[in-house]
Design a binder for this molecule. Sequence first.
Ligand code: TXA
Ligand code: MG
Length: 346
Amino acid sequence: MSYKQTEFWIVDKFWEYEKQRQFIKDAALWIKKGEVVAFPTETVYGLGANALEEAAVKKIFEAKGRPSDNPLIVHIADTSQLSELVEEVPQVAQQLIKHFWPGPLTIILKKKQSVAESVTAGLDTVAVRMPNHPVALELLRDAGVPVAAPSANLSGKPSPTSGEHVYHDLQGRIAAILDGGQTGVGLESTVLDCTKDVPVLYRPGGATITEIEAIVGPIKVDPSLISKEEIPMSPGMKYTHYSPNGSFVLVQDQKKLVRLLAEAKASGKRTGVLTTEENRDKYEADVVVSCGKRDDLRSVANHLYESLRKFDLEEAEIIFSETFPNEELGIAIMNRLEKAAGGQIL
Ligand code: TXA
Ligand code: MG
């Protein structure tokens, strides 16, 4: 379905509370009527539809151009909604929920029949999370149903961290966008399978392994996150993602990066570099984008996708990127950068 006009509602001005309250109610009404709307969460923007209605969920896949074998995360506002979605909540999951929700941890559990088939892409499990964002929670409460929502970008593009990003990708393809300003974490939630004896990490994200292990002890990591030879347990992790239009290459060594940039420039290409505040003066490139401070990886996570999008706006043809330490939030940052680079690291 195409929409002549996608409603664009700004909801981050506290002095316009009543008006914004109405926008959120209107968005919830769209969801109740089986349409899709984009909304802010603490991680990235989501594209939501009623998770119990097959036809509504299908519209999400259509709007994004998402492969149908890639399951969605179901968003809830209250833990009491879990009983509509899953058979049981094992004890580890209960501990994690108590500690992390609302927040950037998605938990995979055994699903109930009521969940629309296309939400789970035919799997017998369902991914669930409670977002930590006032607009998302209000929308979920008003809608009164669990809401399936992937990130609100066109499939393959960086996830949206502002209402403008969503508008750029999906205007004319969805009913409405709730613009709550820039998101906080900036990377997607951590996805953890809690149907096994020991929880398994499928996607690193806003909640770090250290934080999770502090609550439930040692967890396992999907082997595909360590070796490129393995097939990911989580269908979405096998797709290339987040890529700018130009070619995108990760370079570990700074001297090498400087040399590669000079070579690319000499060959007449429009060059880009993804760097950090500490290093931004060290490079000669047509498009220099700093994604944050190295000594504050939260700032890097927060600006990463916005930074990747800038290379397209500035039409960079070849982009070299710095790398980050593979620890704490750096694990999620490197996971996204490696995907953007299609695994290419020099
Ligand atoms: O932060 C987030 O998680 C954002 C916001 C909007 O909540 N959502 C998000 O959704 O990132 P999406 O669709 O872009 O990513 C969902 C990931 C995919 O990699 C998908 O394959 C995986 O979760 N997933 C969903 N259900 C699953 C299941 N039952 N088993 C394994 N993986 C699953
Ligand atoms: Mg996504």
